[in-house]
Write a protein that binds this ligand. Structure first.
Ligand SMILES: Cc1ncc(COP(=O)(O)O)c(C=O)c1O
Length: 398
């Protein structure tokens, strides 16, 4: 029977990792990784996380099942942190999930199982796992432009124009800060204009937050979610704590759905049924670590300092690339990186130039030109700039 199984496409990030492993060159550079790394290429466990884990070892006295929607305390503490204590109330139905991917999947299932499936509108480009998740759930989706790689800019007007085709009751899946893969976030004025359009056309906002704390600070990075929650009677917030707490494999995330009062109990039952039939109960460890940190002033302070160090490292690398390019090469091709945020950005390369980067310079990037800048050491900046200049040279003046 298994001969009948289709050949599934492999995630480009996994393909990138495989090519990197096979590359025999010693001076190769892997910019495909999905995680934060320090200057030594390590992703250590945060001290605040270690302390919270120790506290759990000392105090946790049961590992029995929780509700299908997880630990209510974790959801409440996280909801208040994200959305604000004054705004986070009973209108939100919340579920603890195994990282951000499962929060997205539960929401996709919820939409796909509605009698009339709304269309999910996506930005192009966007996080590579949205389409596989929506497809696996059987959700309907369409795309609007978001960013032009070669122009190095957000296609804001085209995005709004595209959304004019959405019907009332459709839903727009957008990312919060540190847009993956572009690194390009909307300005506050653009975001306001987007919300005006969504509100005017009855489109529900669905925001996905994966890099809180990597743009300005954890608190400031929650602003978009708070604005949406304050303005819309119905909205969706997905969050992963994988990056913000460095607990990737522990799988902590959450789904928050803001509903009208009459729909609340039904949405909760639907969400519980979907969780039961899918991933079932979310793992507890990562969520307990997050809850412990958020509930302890000392641990929270330490975690925010550690998060800030990660943010500052990536921000410094971005500035450094722009500075070295001007000082040492007299050029400003990658200066836009200094104005973007988070770990990822897209190099302004065509598919052929991207292939040449790997073939000729051993620089491995994710298909489409995505690089993880957190992977760079100071010594890597000049070789990266030289390689990008060399492969893009023939297209100067475009
Ligand atoms: C935008 C975005 N959403 C969601 C996720 C999923 O995160 P997790 O690993 O917690 O499932 C990621 C991970 O890279 C992401 O970049």
């Amino acid at each position: 029977m298994f001969e009948k199984i289709d050949d599934y496409p492999v995630d480009p990030i996994m393909i990138g990792a495989e090519y990197f492993a096979q590359d025999p060159r010693k001076d190769k550079l892997n910019l495909t990784v999905e995680i934060y790394q320090d200057e030594l290429g390590r992703t250590p466990v945060l001290k605040s996380v270690k302390l919270a884990e120790q506290h759990l070892v000392d105090t946790q006295n049961t590992k029995s099942y929780l509700a299908l929607t997880g630990d209510a305390d974790y959801c409440r503490v996280l909801g208040q942190e994200l959305i604000g204590a004054g705004l986070y109330d009973d209108s939100f139905v919340a579920a603890q999930t195994a990282g951000g991917a499962v929060a997205l999947r539960v929401m996709a299932d919820l939409l796909a199982q509605m009698p009339t499936r709304p269309t999910v509108w996506l930005q192009t480009p966007t996080y590579g796992n949205y389409i596989p998740i929506l497809t696996a759930a059987g959700a309907r989706f369409r795309s609007v432009p978001y960013y032009d790689t070669l122009r190095r800019d957000i296609l804001f007007d085209q995005m709004l124009e595209g959304l004019k085709e959405a019907q009332p009751g459709d839903i727009f899946l957008l990312q919060g800060v540190c847009h993956n893969p572009t690194g390009a976030d909307m300005t506050p004025a653009q975001f306001d204009a987007l919300l005006d359009l969504l509100e005017a056309r009855g489109i529900v906002p669905w925001i996905d937050l994966a890099y809180l704390g990597f743009a300005q600070s954890f608190d400031a990075d929650c602003t978009m979610a708070r604005q949406i929650a304050a303005r819309f009677p119905e909205c969706v917030i997905c969050v992963t704590l994988s990056k913000s707490f460095g607990i990737y494999r522990d799988r902590a995330g959450a789904l928050f759905v803001k509903t009208k009062p009459a729909d609340r109990a039904r949405v909760l039952r639907a969400m519980s049924a979907i969780v039961r039939a899918g991933a079932s109960h979310a793992p507890d460890h990562g969520a307990s670590v997050v809850r412990t940190i958020l509930q302890d002033a000392g641990l929270k302070k330490l975690w925010l300092q550690e998060l800030d160090q990660m943010r500052q490292r990536v921000a410094r690398l971005r500035l450094e690339i722009a500075k070295i390019e001007v000082q040492n090469f007299g050029r400003n091709d990658l200066g836009y990186l200094a104005h973007q945020s988070g770990m990822f950005s897209l190099l302004p390369v065509t598919p052929e130039q991207e292939a040449a980067l790997t073939r000729e310079y051993g620089i491995h990037v994710v298909q489409g030109g995505r690089v993880n800048l957190a992977r760079l050491g100071d010594k890597d900046i000049e070789p990266l700039l030289r390689a990008v200049h060399n492969v893009t040279q023939p297209n100067q003046g475009r």
